[in-house]
Design a protein around this ligand. Structure first.
Ligand code: F6P
Length: 552
């Protein structure tokens, strides 16, 4: 089925209606909307896969939502979603299916993609991962001197790094005794600092690269191998310590990894959507295969919800459409993810790659320039730390920055009143963004101070907070493998919803290519016996400094 849009998005009647809606909401006060409607929070709330989304603090009313869902239907969102789950070639610039959802699909025995049934190979790989993890944990699989493994150096970058790292951090309460150390950057400092902490005899090196061509990952793995060999191990011992995950199995073998130690993945899994595949092996090593499976089941629960719930009650659709609402109709150029759980401190960086590498595009599926803005800048951090840093701009800056607050109801580390304080801060920040503080309130606060009328007025103006700043609040009972899986799948699908509406390809990343090509040319110049200085004058000047190693 051709699921490409017939009428361009900006020419859809719903788009035009939303433009008017935006005007109508200009005078809306969220504070007033809550005062007028005691049921607002209940009406704008949805639950799925053990997550609850409260989206009542958004610049919306029923009419806005109706138009947003009309826009989604006009863009054939449901058909596009079904095409992805079905294994159609929706990544048309690379001629690939997009089937990260198949990796966590326990309901189907058959799913044809790119001419083959993918389910048996997924299950075989999961079984191989399970056996490997259990052998390492039980001590059945040891290092070359017979000692049990104590540490894993996990090497990879981008999607072959962020998902495993963030999940390992998030699931720390479920950790087994193996210590995981992640290395991504080609900056040697990253690897050297990690290697200082480990013993080659008890260290497994797990290299993850879908393409097996990524410069950083190859360089780090080669240097890790040198370190291993320099410690007294022989070339033969490499087989016991080096493991790879890749869709390019021949290249991994060529590199010297034993065929038994290669875990496959496939072209139909995008790097930033790959933690559910063997790319998630470090997660399973960190927390056990059973917990990795629970992570998959949580994501699967969100997949079922995304597939089955009507758009009006569909959490990823609601979040995706709200995100689009602010990007396209409020000129919101960034969005902030605020996690109120220390274990989720890495999640903003994960969602940043997921969303920005997916939706940072400016041509549509046919290659024509888009007529509207696309992916916003995604950033964020953990609460409460951000409250003493960038929240000032969220409250009083000139830009509207929609926020997602993420909060588990209970902590894995109940310590006195800490969790209540954390949660209170989370709720209060969202409330302050929504309510703001008007001039009369600011003046009332200053009443009684020994200030002249003019000084009181001037100072009060600095204390005014505009309010009407939108936010979502996502809560879960506890951060578990299942709720983490659901949360990550939620953001994957939110990203998909926006890409589908914008009619862009969320699954390629051509923009990273030019930098890689130029990087190789610059590297050749830096390392050449005599440089040709064939670049622009700025790059040439900097190359010269690097070759000299001095500013003189
Ligand atoms: O940065 C581009 C990118 O291709 C990402 O999409 C990907 O996750 C990352 O590099 C790593 O790629 P690979 O797993 O092939 O080493």
């Amino acid at each position: 089925m051709d699921t490409t849009m017939t009428t361009p998005l900006t020419q859809q009647p719903a788009w035009q209606a939303l433009l008017q809606q935006r005007q109508a909401l200009e005078s809306q006060s969220l504070r007033q909307a809550f005062a007028d409607d005691p049921d607002r929070a209940e009406r704008y709330q949805v639950q799925a896969a053990e997550l609850l989304l409260d989206y009542s603090k958004n610049r919306i009313d029923d009419a806005t939502l109706a138009h947003l869902f009309d826009l989604a239907r006009g863009a054939q969102l449901e058909q596009q979603r079904d095409a992805m789950f079905r294994g159609d070639i929706i990544n048309r610039t690379e001629g690939r299916a997009v089937l990260h959802t198949a990796l966590r699909n326990s309901r189907q025995d058959t799913l044809q993609a790119e001419g083959a049934n993918v389910i048996p190979e997924i299950n075989q790989t999961l079984a191989k991962m399970k056996a490997f993890v259990e052998e390492v944990h039980s001590g059945q699989r040891t290092g070359y001197t017979g000692k049990a493994f104590t540490d894993v150096i996990a090497i990879g970058i981008g999607g072959s790094f962020l998902g495993p790292k963030v999940a390992t951090e998030a699931l720390r309460p479920y950790a087994k005794s193996l210590r995981l150390h992640y290395v991504a950057n080609v900056d040697g400092t990253s690897l050297v600092e990690k290697l200082k902490k480990v013993d080659p005899e008890t260290t497994l090196v797990l290299m993850s690269s879908k393409s097996f061509t990524t410069q950083e990952t190859l360089a780090n793995t080669e240097s890790a191998r040198d370190w291993f060999l320099q410690s007294g191990a022989s070339q033969q011992d490499v087989a016991a310590h080096f493991v790879a995950v890749s869709s390019n199995v021949p290249a991994a073998v060529e590199f010297g990894i034993s065929a038994d130690n290669i875990f496959p993945m496939w072209d139909w899994v995008g790097g930033r959507y790959s933690l559910w595949s063997a790319i998630g092996l470090p997660i399973a090593l960190a927390v056990g295969f059973d917990h990795f499976e629970q992570l998959l089941r949580g994501a699967e629960a969100m997949d079922s919800h995304f597939l089955e719930a009507p758009l009006e009650q569909n959490m990823p659709v609601i979040m995706g459409m709200l995100s689009l609402w602010y990007s396209n109709f409020f000129d919101a150029q960034s969005q902030v993810i605020l996690t109120y759980d220390h274990y989720l401190r890495g999640l903003p960086a994960y969602i940043q790659q997921l969303d920005m590498e997916s939706n940072g595009k400016s041509v549509d599926d046919a290659g024509n320039p888009v007529a509207h803005s696309t992916g916003p800048v995604i950033w964020g951090g953990e609460g409460t730390n951000g409250q003493h840093a960038y929240h000032q701009l969220l409250h009083q800056g000139t830009a509207i920055i929609p926020a997602d607050f993420i909060l588990p109801l209970s902590s894995h580390n109940p310590l006195g009143r800490h969790h209540n304080m954390l949660a209170a801060n989370c709720l209060a920040q969202a409330q302050a963004l929504m309510q703001g503080k008007n001039l009369d309130e600011a003046k009332a606060e200053l009443a009684g101070k020994a200030l002249s009328e003019a000084d009181l007025d001037r100072l009060a103006r600095h204390k005014v907070m505009p309010g009407n700043r939108p936010s979502n609040t996502l809560v879960m009972e506890q951060l578990t493998p299942a709720t983490l899986g659901a949360l990550i799948a939620l953001y994957e699908h939110r990203t998909f919803v926006q890409g589908a509406l914008w009619n862009i390809n969320s699954f390629d990343q051509w923009g990273v290519e030019l930098g890689k090509v130029l990087g190789n040319a610059v590297l050749a110049e830096i390392e050449a016996e005599s440089a040709s200085y064939a670049q622009d004058s700025s790059t040439n000047g900097l190359i010269k400094l690097l070759r000299q190693g001095s500013l003189k």
